[in-house]
Design a protein around this ligand. Structure first.
Ligand code: SF4
Length: 233
């Protein structure tokens, strides 16, 4: 499988470059819909070689960089992280987007201190429906209130169009996102090697009902999972 690891997002509100880095296994690793953890590795040296080539493509043209891996930024090998930091400094990048699983929420400031520039932290809530998130999607994501999530994360990812989700559930998810978060990414689920299945009718409903959504500042909608230009092709 070919994996594209660098892209420049030209059509989003906050134009930015994005890199998909190789990293150690996701600390959680149990989400029922996730097969991209197959990109995880234990071969630190090989990961650093791949990542060096990818990081070498960053130009800093928009001064904003999104760094993702198939897991959380805390699983990126230290030498790779150091190289990202040197690149951020050299190219005078002024803002980063990074991702972390909820279990890392108390460590986000470590990354902020390391980079010394603002970081928009993204977490995959997937849905605010408790049962669907934790019992079906197995996110391991328990919280007391949306305000608690907001205290740590500026941006959330939602997934849309999985069998078992309902229109009401999705409408509620989008409303909570728009009412509470400055940034968000909505992914239309694409069938993969897991047993979790897409619901095409629900996705068609979403596409017509929420066609206006990408116009909302800060909201990115991935109508296909490769819309960010990185990932398996
Ligand atoms: S936390 Fe993210 S990377 Fe880890 S298993 Fe869940 S969806 Fe996959």
């Amino acid at each position: 499988m070919d994996i594209v690891r660098y892209s420049c997002l030209e059509t989003v509100h906050d134009k930015r470059e994005i890199v998909l880095l190789k990293a150690f296994p996701c600390r959680w690793g149990r989400c029922s819909f996730c097969d991209y953890i197959h990109d995880n590795s234990e071969d630190e040296q090989a990961m650093n070689v791949t990542n060096r080539e990818v990081i070498g493509r960053i130009t800093g043209r928009y001064g904003v960089l999104q760094v993702i891996n198939s897991g959380s930024c805390f699983e990126i090998p230290p030498a790779t992280l150091q190289l990202v930091k040197e690149t951020v400094d050299r190219l005078q990048i002024r803002k980063l987007y990074m991702e972390a699983w909820w279990g890392y929420r108390y460590r986000l400031d470590e990354m902020r201190e390391f980079f010394g520039i603002p970081i928009i932290f993204i977490t995959g809530v997937e849905t605010f429906d408790e049962h669907f998130r934790n019992d079906v999607l197995k996110k391991g994501f328990e919280y007391n209130s949306v305000a608690e999530i907001k205290r740590f994360f500026q941006s959330v990812c939602l997934v849309v169009g999985i069998k078992g989700q309902t229109r009401e559930m999705i409408a509620r998810d989008i409303k909570i996102l728009l009412d509470n978060f400055e940034y968000g990414t909505i992914n239309l689920y694409v069938n993969n090697t897991t047993g979790i299945e897409a619901d095409p009718d629900l996705q068609n409903w979403f596409k017509s009902e929420y066609a206006w959504l990408p116009e909302r500042k800060g909201i990115d909608v991935l109508w296909k999972n490769t819309d960010f230009g990185v990932g398996a092709s």
